[in-house]
Ligand binder design. Structure first.
Ligand SMILES: [Fe+2]
Length: 187
């Protein structure tokens, strides 16, 4: 699912009727002025919405404290990136956070892989190939930033967020269920 496109549709459905009503009540010229004045507030609302969406939720838990803490940290770094991307002079700080996110993602993947291998999770190979895929993608993002733009694009960030949330909520739940059935205690 492309969350970004869904969000855009939601925002269109919320904002468009409001604009039409305002234009009918106060006139086209005045509503244009009101729109300009309301723009910072609308951006703030949008950011708040995105931050809430990516924030940690208890249902994401895999029942393993060390892994849950990793996932919390990764989501928190993405929220930090969202915040920074909406600021002036954002790029240097955004790249710092992205580097931390990449580094942490790699060490987190290693931690998960060690656990899956140690407890002989049957879906290990499939999970590993998802991790490998992501390792390559984030490496390519980083190289692209360095060589081409020196900017963290919101598209790249959206991709990271979508991937991470779906990985935590679907793929990671598979080994969590297996560990639970096998009676593996990790904390
Ligand atoms: Fe994973």
């Amino acid at each position: 699912m492309n969350i970004e496109k869904t969000d855009q549709k939601i925002w269109l459905f919320i904002i468009a009727p409001i604009l039409i009503i305002v234009a009918l009540v106060i006139g086209i010229k005045e509503s244009f002025l009101a729109l300009i004045l309301a723009l910072p507030f609308m951006l703030l609302m949008k950011n708040q919405f995105l931050e809430n969406k990516v924030a940690w939720k208890d249902e994401y838990s895999v029942g393993i404290e060390i892994i849950d803490n990793d996932h919390k940290k990764l989501l928190d770094l993405i929220v930090q990136l969202f915040k920074v991307l909406n600021k002036v002079k954002k790029d240097e700080r955004a790249i710092e956070i992205l580097d931390e996110l990449i580094e942490y993602t790699v060490s987190h993947f290693n931690r998960e892989e060690e656990l899956m291998k140690k407890h002989e999770f049957p879906g290990f190979e499939k999970h590993l190939s998802e991790h490998d895929n992501m390792r390559q993608k984030i490496k390519a993002f980083r190289e692209n930033i360095t060589t081409n733009t020196n900017k963290v694009s919101s598209d790249a960030l959206q991709f990271l967020q979508d991937w991470l949330v779906s990985h935590i909520t679907v793929t990671d739940q598979e080994y969590a269920k297996f560990f639970e059935q096998k009676g593996v205690k990790i904390n």
